[in-house]
Structures are given as structure tokens and as C-alpha cells.
Write a protein that binds this ligand. Sequence first.
Ligand code: UT7
Length: 330
Amino acid sequence: MKKIKASIKGVHGYVPDYVLTNAELETMVDTNDEWITSRTGIKERRILKGENAGASLMMVKAVQGLLEKTNTNPVDIDMVICCTSTPDLVFPATANIVGTQVGAVNAFGYDIQAACSGFLYGLVTGSQFIESGRFKKVLVIGGDKMSSIIDYKDRATCIIFGDGAGAVLLEGNEEDNGLIDFWLRSDGGGEPYLHMLAGGSRKPASHETVDKKEHFVYQDGKTVFKFAVTNMAYAAEQVMKRNELKAEDVAYLIPHQANKRIIDATAKSMGIEDEDKILMNIEKYGNTTNGTIPLLLWDFENKFKKGDNLILAAFGGGFTWGAAYLKWAY
Ligand code: UT7
């Protein structure tokens, strides 16, 4: 019997309407468009407004669009994996909230928390259930409402992050298209450089944690930058080497959108010089954490051809990082 590969059968995304421009940020913190653009490549990001609007709101919209465009009945979904660092609640899992709202009544689901590498981890995890033959349809969702954990008085972080979500439908493929290989790593030694200190079991919410602004993202940008450049490139190189891929064999690099300079450095060490192969949308969404890779797939879906070799690569808090090689299936 031919081995089943797990392939993406469709992708859809959702970003909120509100556009937070560099110009507006200039009125909020001591920064300027020139600095933000040259250091990060970001021009604007989307912000989810509204009371009681959690990350699940964007995920539900992304999944509803995905089900419609792939003509999928939600009762046929076997599993919902939700990759997020900004769940609606600490528990229950946001996967349950989303699954129920989209009508995936025969599925089970859970969340994956791996910061900016979460979607990559989720894609690999969901693929195992398809490859084993256990499940036929798996939803992998990546999204974050980063604005809920950002201090808009901290110029080191507020210029970077945005809100958004994307989702893919995984199904079996017998034509050798789909997930071919992956290389994932994590290192808890990264905790001091990128974290949100309070709100977990170590430091539950208190007046003190609020006063100390410990419910916001802290990032030592310079250190994270160095690790990100080295490790994202290394992961992508490993996947290429193991599969004997040369730069010319790669149709597109789909990198986590944290910083244009990190993306350029990753592409360079992979030997990819053709700018058309390096996909980016950081200028319009900023860093949406778990949302960046599915939003990229959504934005550039029309460019992909069946059999195209795509390399996905990410780096995030934890530290977490990795790369995946997949052949586009449609
Ligand atoms: O997605 C998860 C993983 N995260 C990442 O991969 C992010 C990695 N890090 C980065 O992308 C970059 O480190 C940042 C974009 C966060 C910062 O860029 P940088 O080139 O590392 O800047 P820096 O922190 O070294 O700061 C350089 C200068 C400093 O001034 P002095 O000390 O040289 O006078 C900062 O105070 O720029 C100043 N600065 C700013 N100026 C204007 C820092 N933030 C700003 C700002 N506007 N927003």
C-alpha cells in the first residue's frame, strides 16, 4: 500500500479591520516610521478591537472561510489543533471554543503553545494523525491577539506585533505531495529573553503583577535576533541537506514574519537570492506570532503550483525553532 502523506488541501485567513500604522505609533511612543521600516520592514499591523473579542473570533472566521472554500462539512472534521500564545482563556482550550463554533461536532482538539513556532509544530503534529491513517481531516489553526499582551508604551515591542489568524485543512495524499520532512527543536534556556512573566501558575495575577506590567510581552530584541538568525537558517539548511535540495529546487521560502532582516539572513544562508522566492507580508501585518505562516500561505496561495517545494521556517519564544519541507498539493 502506498504511504499516505499529509497535505494542505486549503488555507484561509482573517485579519481585523483596524490598521495601526507607523504614523499612529509615532503619536503613542518615541519612534518613527523610518526606524521601524528600516529595522523591521513593518509599515502597519492589524488590531482586533471590541469587548470580549478573543483570538478565537479571528480563528473562527478563518476556519469558516476555509470550510466554505474547500466545500468541507464541519461534521467530517476529525481533529482541531489550535496554535496560539494568546488563548481566549487559560483553560479550556481555544481549540474547543473554535471547534464548537464552526460545527466540528465530531472532532476533538487541543492547543499547542510554542510561541512563534507554534503553527509549524501544529502542522507537523496534525500531519502524524493523517499519515498514520487514523484521521482523514485535520484543521490546524494558527493565530494570536498579540495586542492583548502588548504594552503600547513600550516601543521595544509595540511596533512589532499585530493580530491575525489563519487555518489549513490537512488531508491524505497518495501522489507524494504534502509534508515530506521536518526538523524541530526547543531550548528552555531562551526564557529570560522572551516571555510574559505573570498570569501562569508560577506568578498568578495580582495587583503587584499588574503594577509591574508583568502581563505584557518582554523581549530582549538583540539577543532574540541573534538566536533567530542562526537557528532559523540552520533548521532550513538541515531540511534542505537531508532532502538533497539546492536553492534552485526551492520554489518558495515561507518564513515566520518577525523581522525582514531575519528573513533576508535566513534566505541568504539557504543560498536563495531570487527575491520572488522569499515570501513576505510583514509590511502589512507585522508579527502575528502563530498567525504569520498560515497568513503567508493564504496571501500567496494563488502563486503556488502542484508539486512546488516549499520550505517553512520559524523561530520563537522558548526558544522554539524549526523548518518543514512540503510539496504543495494543488
Ligand atoms: O517572533 C519571535 C521572535 N522575535 C524576533 O525574532 C525579534 C528579534 N529582534 C528584532 O527583531 C530586533 O531586535 C528589534 C526590531 C526588536 C530591535 O531592533 P535592533 O536593531 O535590535 O534595535 P536595538 O534594540 O538594538 O535598538 C537600537 C537603538 C537603541 O538606541 P541606542 O541605544 O542605540 O541609542 C534603541 O533604544 O534603537 C532604539 N530603539 C528605537 N528607536 C526608535 C528601540 N526601539 C525603538 C523604536 N523606535 N521603536
